[in-house]
Design a protein around this ligand. Structure first.
Ligand code: C2O
Ligand code: CU
Ligand code: CU
Length: 457
């Protein structure tokens, strides 16, 4: 059992500046939860923030009641009176009376009956997810099991979870989110400039700007999460003498691959996770390895650096077979084929982002799938959209009419659609019945309507 208080706090992110944040337990990122596969936990969240929240465990196989549905709120003290004067006007179902739960504290229960992997928890409140995450409501959750522990992968100090997120800072040190002011946000057209999502010019890793981490000349396991609202990365690891190190991928969003896949350049879209081994043993002691984002420019090109501090022994290994429990669904197993377009469109008088031509409506039923059914979904995008399904993992069947790319390997819960591209995914709806979601994980797109209901019956 864990207890987490959501509260305002200040942290020194930039040297000498105190930045006001919304936090889980006073820190950004929030506390990392480590759990064991199949051992259920309860996380009790208490909301001391000035706004309602909803907590979602991203990548979790979670009963619907604890999945953090966007209108399933943990209310702050006194919100009822306050909200009557606010007059929400976003126009698409903020007040779905069926779903609104009014509590100051709420227990979320997670069975964690799923493959071990890196998950993350973050806010999921309707229409306000992007600013809430931006202000700090995100944390990591690692599930482990004995099988993975016995593989001999780099561990302990040599396993590093890396939450990468860009932020912008105002002159007074506060986080600069262009549409935090709700009165601005409700004015038609104001959303326009942020259609692509909100970007920052400071790259944070685990809450620190461009950190330099000291390492041994040995293998490390990097568990990378892109927790940015909208920024895409193409990561490479470059030594001082210009050599690019191999990024040996061992896992995807939903756990270990069948076998390692070696990359030189690793694309990572918002909410995706990559489990990667990097070997510093050939790097001269005293020199650096920079992690660079090839899609960035100027200071957003740098992400972080490793300084190789000392020679060391290394008894870790990367087994040739990592796991043999990956689902083997084939096209022929699918009982249904569905098509979804992810495109810009009009939402009332506003610009919005739509799935199948519609903005999110919690009262509408979009997809009804039968528990146990295998389905193939064809997803088509106008611009970059990282598409995420709650509850289930899926495999990428094809991309742009071709076989999947090397980084599409394994079991995923978020797939990056590139502009104009179609991607086919296959999944089996198992776990729990209930109301879930699928959506674009560009957090601004999600808030601007690019989300739909997935009902499992
Ligand atoms: Cu990471 Cu529906 O979210
Ligand atoms: Cu999720
Ligand atoms: Cu999108």
């Amino acid at each position: 059992r864990y207890e987490i208080t959501q509260r305002e706090a200040r942290a020194e992110i930039l040297p000498g500046v105190r930045t006001p944040l919304w936090t889980y337990e006073g820190t950004f990122p929030g506390p990392t939860i480590e759990s064991r596969r199949g051992r259920p936990i309860t996380v009790s969240h208490r909301n001391e923030l000035p706004v309602p929240t909803a907590v979602h465990l991203h990548g979790g196989r979670t009963p619907a009641a604890s999945d953090g549905y966007p209108t399933d709120l943990v209310l702050p003290e006194g919100w009822q009176e306050h909200s009557m004067h606010m007059g929400h006007g976003s126009g698409h179902g903020m007040h779905d009376p069926r779903a609104v739960v009014t509590e100051l504290t709420r227990d979320y229960t997670f069975p964690l009956d799923q493959r071990p992997t890196l998950l993350w928890y973050h806010d999921h409140r309707m229409d306000f997810t992007a600013p809430a995450i931006w202000r700090g409501l995100a944390g990591l959750h690692i599930i482990r099991d004995d099988a993975e522990d016995s593989l001999g992968l780099p561990a302990g100090r040599r396993e590093l979870p890396l939450m990468i997120a860009d932020r912008a800072f105002a002159a007074d040190g506060g986080l600069d989110y262009p549409s935090l002011d709700p009165t601005l946000r409700e004015r038609p057209g104001v959303r326009g400039p942020y259609l692509a999502g909100v970007l920052g010019d400071v790259i944070l890793v685990n809450g620190a700007p461009w950190p330099v981490h000291e390492v041994d000349a040995a293998r490390y396991r990097l568990r990378i999460l892109n927790a940015s609202n909208a920024r895409h990365y193409e990561l490479e690891a470059v030594t001082d003498d210009g050599r690019r190190l191999d990024l040996v991928q061992i896992g995807a969003d939903q756990g270990l691959l069948a076998a390692p896949v070696t990359h030189r350049l690793l694309p990572i879209a918002p909410a995706e996770r990559y489990d990667v081994i990097i070997d510093f043993s050939g790097v001269p002691v005293g020199s650096r390895v920079r992690v660079v984002n090839r899609l960035g420019s100027g200071r957003t090109r740098d992400v972080m650096a490793f300084r190789v501090a000392r020679n060391a022994t290394d008894d870790s290994r990367i087994p040739r077979t990592l796991s043999n429990d990956l689902p083997t669904w084939r096209r022929a197993d699918a009982v249904r084929l569905r098509d979804f377009s992810f495109r810009a469109g009009r939402m009332g008088g506003d610009h919005g982002w739509l799935i199948g031509g519609l903005p999110f409506d919690p009262a509408r039923s979009d997809v009804t799938a039968r528990l146990g059914d295998v389905e193939v979904w064809r997803l088509v995008a106008d611009v970059h959209h990282p598409v995420h399904l709650h509850l289930v993992g899926f495999r990428v069947l094809s991309r742009g009419g071709r076989p999947p790319l090397p980084h599409d390997a394994g079991l995923k819960d978020t797939v990056s659609l590139r502009p104009g591209e179609g991607v086919e995914i296959i999944t089996r709806f198992d776990g729990y019945r209930g109301r879930y979601l699928f959506h674009c994980h560009n957090a601004e797109h999600e808030d601007m309507g690019m989300m739909a209901n997935l009902e499992i019956v």
